[in-house]
Design a protein around this ligand. Structure first.
Ligand SMILES: NC(=O)c1ccc[n+]([C@@H]2O[C@H](COP(=O)([O-])OP(=O)(O)OC[C@H]3O[C@@H](n4cnc5c(N)ncnc54)[C@H](O)[C@@H]3O)[C@@H](O)[C@H]2O)c1
Length: 293
């Protein structure tokens, strides 16, 4: 956990904050920095990763944030799939397998998941299972994905009978979190990610709750100098939990706080009405009135 001094210095610096996560597949970096994905090729090169990859995204996300990734995707362009919870199906995974095959990907191929948790989970699962495992880089574009889903290697899709019932553990080779891309996130989605920040406050770091309350205006204004250390703090907590229990046999279950009721509500309403994080929402809206902005 970073000291307060570290946190202040990370707020001043423009260099990305780096957190290394050790997994069964090796150690991978999580980088958090404003503007990091303005030049993704340079970021990948700095990490010693391939500068060219098959980029998977959703049409709306690509329109907003795809331009810098064009040079990574190259002539073949991105593979665009629907996102949102209802698209998180085996049929979408099958579409990705077709795209991987049409592009003649071999085991040396690298896939980039550019999007929210849904794109990250679907793409991660397709990468985990195609040719028994391709390299995947997560480039999360929602607050939820930056603080939670992009880290830890859990990938998967829903079945009609329930959420995330099919999946695999498949760690990424890097996670590139750029708080600047959160500027275009609809308010509802931003708040949804903030509930995950609150979750970390409740399960591991009460000081985070104070930060959210104190900095709520700057957070809702999406100020990168405030979001960067906040996201980094969450990533540090997630990293330490998944390193202690990668396969979720014990302590990692704490990360599911708030999901039990939420997942059930989502599934029985066929992913049309509710988004998860119900318990966190009930808890935080009453305990932290600043969230009702
Ligand atoms: N793998 C894990 O460990 C883990 C952990 C938590 C949650 N999850 C999964 O994450 C998923 C939820 O992810 P989510 O909340 O990111 O939702 P999401 O991926 O559905 O994205 C929400 C919406 O925001 C849009 N969007 C994404 N980035 C944007 C941007 N920068 N600007 C404007 N719009 C943007 C998307 O197009 C989508 O419509 C769930 O399926 C959940 O199961 C996985």
């Amino acid at each position: 956990m970073a000291s307060p001094a570290d946190r202040n210095s990370s707020m001043r610096t423009t260099r990305p904050i780096r957190i290394d996560v050790t997994s069964e597949r090796g150690t991978y970096p999580v980088l958090i920095g404003a503007g990091l994905t303005r030049s993704p090729r340079a970021a990948l090169k700095d990490l010693g990763l391939p500068e060219h990859a098959l980029v998977v995204s959703a049409p709306a996300i690509w329109k907003l944030h795809g331009t810098p990734w064009e040079s990574v995707a190259g002539k073949r362009g991105p593979v665009l799939i629907a996102d949102g919870e209802r698209a998180k199906t085996l049929a979408t995974v099958s579409r990705l397998y077709d795209a991987f095959s049409e592009n003649a990907l071999d085991r040396a191929a690298t896939i980039v998941a550019l999007g929210g948790g849904v794109i990250g989970d679907i793409t991660g699962f397709a990468a985990a299972t195609y040719l028994r495992g391709l390299t995947v880089i997560q480039a999360p574009t929602t607050l939820l994905a930056q603080v939670d889903s992009a880290i830890g290697g859990k990938t998967g899709v829903n079945l009609p009978s329930g959420k995330n019932l099919v999946g695999a553990f498949h760690s990424p080779s890097a996670v590139l979190c750029d708080p600047e891309v959160l500027g275009s996130l609809p308010r509802r989605e931003f708040r949804s990610g903030l509930y995950e920040v609150i979750k970390y406050g409740v399960i591991a770091a009460p000081a985070l709750l104070e930060t959210v309350e104190r900095e709520s205006r700057a957070i809702f204004d999406r100020q990168a100098n405030v979001l960067t250390p906040l996201i980094a703090e969450c990533c540090r907590i997630k990293a330490s939990v998944v390193m202690a229990d990668e396969r979720e046999s014990g302590p990692r279950r704490a990360l599911n706080f708030g999901h039990t009721i939420g997942h059930a509500l989502e599934a029985i309403t066929r992913y049309r009405r509710f988004r998860c994080r119900k318990e966190c929402r009930l808890l935080s809206d009453s305990a932290l009135p600043c969230l009702n902005r």
